[in-house]
Design a binder for this molecule. Sequence first.
Ligand code: NAP
Length: 548
Amino acid sequence: MSLLCVSIFVDASGDVPLAIDRAVRAVADGARIIEWRLDALAEEPDGLTAIRRLLAESPAPCIATIRAEDEGGTWQGDEQTRISILEAIGTGDHPPAYIDLELRAWTRSANLRQKVRLAIDHASQVRDISTRLILSSHDFGGRPANLISRIADMAATDACTVGKVAYMARSLRDSLEMFDLVAERVKPMIGLCMGEYGLPTRILAPKFVGFLTFAAVDDGAATAPGQPTVRELAETYRFHDIGPRTRVYGVVGHPVGHSLGPTVHNRGFAEAGIDAVYIPMLVAPGWESFKATIGECIDHRRLDFGGCSVTLPHKEHLLRFGREVGAEIDPLAILARAANTLVVERDADGGVSGLRVLNTDSVAAVESLAAGLDPSVPPIEALRGRRVAIIGAGGVARAAAAGLLAHEAEVVIFNRTRTRSENVVRDLRDHGAISVGRTMDELACGCFHAFVNATPVGMTGGPAADESVLPDDLPLDDSMVVMDTVYTPRITPMLAIARDRGARIVDGTAMFVAQAEAQFEAWTGRTPAEDLFASVLASRPGVRPESS
Ligand code: NAP
């Protein structure tokens, strides 16, 4: 079992009551141990009194840390003073469960070693629960060259109960190495990679039986780069349910921090009683980094990687990867020239027994639009013979067009860059009725049953957040459907205008939910409970459902 530890900085003695309140809240949210970061408090004239109060009132067992500046802390005092404070709290009435000290300081100072040993011995003689020692090392510039020997030094130090290594990950592959180091530990170990590339090591600590993982009490309170909050770990990732047999899925992209995937898929696993977790997996842009990282994830036996969602900029890379490794490839992914789902099938021993590459965006766009046109009949009947204008010629436009043609709809592609729309039409023209929209004025011909925005226009934080891709004077009525693939905000400027003009609207969450449901089914063979993903999204601030 791994502990969920909340790390709390206490800046001044006046902040102690607030710090204790925050710790109480963190324990209610799922934290099992508190790290009191005393770097600043220890420098105050009456700091020791405040520290004693913190330790006495700590709502859970705690770690006392006065982190030196050269390892990412703020402690600027001299080593003698730091030793005296650690000795005083170790031999006081409420000794912490653990004292954290840098391996570097421990190695450097015989005096410190002696004083810390005394404090530990004293505490264990007079109390049931003795203070133990965590020896730690931190590197904010990347993986230290002597990482392995540091871990060996921690293991060889009798007084050290737990070894801790933390360094800034340069890629997800650093996390994979850390998983092995933690799994092969000779004494309890904390092994964490910092930064966004290192997030998997924080979430998956229980899978490799890391001693603990650190979390922030709330947003903006992280004590190291990349630290999630206690609530995210406990609720979204179900940290306390993760164990050595938990299968790992994720979302691969750059960026991935905004993805709603972890929210819906982890809830899906929980509701279906499936021992699996879905995590953000940041992979740097470029084919080489994608290929190397995904290949290593698949081959990493301990990770038990079951597959992933793939988003920008790696959708074309996934298709190429599938071809290179001889995966079974969904024909819609070939038509769309992009894929968004990897399925890794494993045998009972954990070996890879099959790889599948799919494009669930295509199925999702078809299902959402068909439901908007006529929910009472199967998609093929709702779409057959309908004329659909797609605005955009990127990956989603291709996926939607391929799926719509397979359902016998007629498609016209409108795009800012004409050559791209011509390329889509050239690639798909053998599969149905598809043509290029020459000017945006053609949208007003009165001959379209549906309009689909497959550009980022209207997306919060995107290139034209307040704009609509449809002309202002486009005649609309309730026989027409306007669908957006953008889902943040849920009602984009285009959808708001279309609704005001009387058209039926389909927002981007419908497509998001449909593609996520298809992925869940591909990975698990199970269909998520009806409306589960939609209701999970609806309960999130900023992604509120509205009936159209
Ligand atoms: P993509 O391959 O980068 O293509 C983007 C398309 O948008 C291109 O055709 C581009 O035109 C056009 N475009 C970009 N900025 C524009 C602007 N300011 N004005 C007019 N056109 C513009 O992206 P994608 O993968 O197809 O994704 C498109 C959108 O789909 C994303 O923004 C996302 O919101 C949405 N999406 C939704 C879901 C879902 O589940 N709901 C899933 C995936 C994606 P040019 O060719 O001229 O550059």
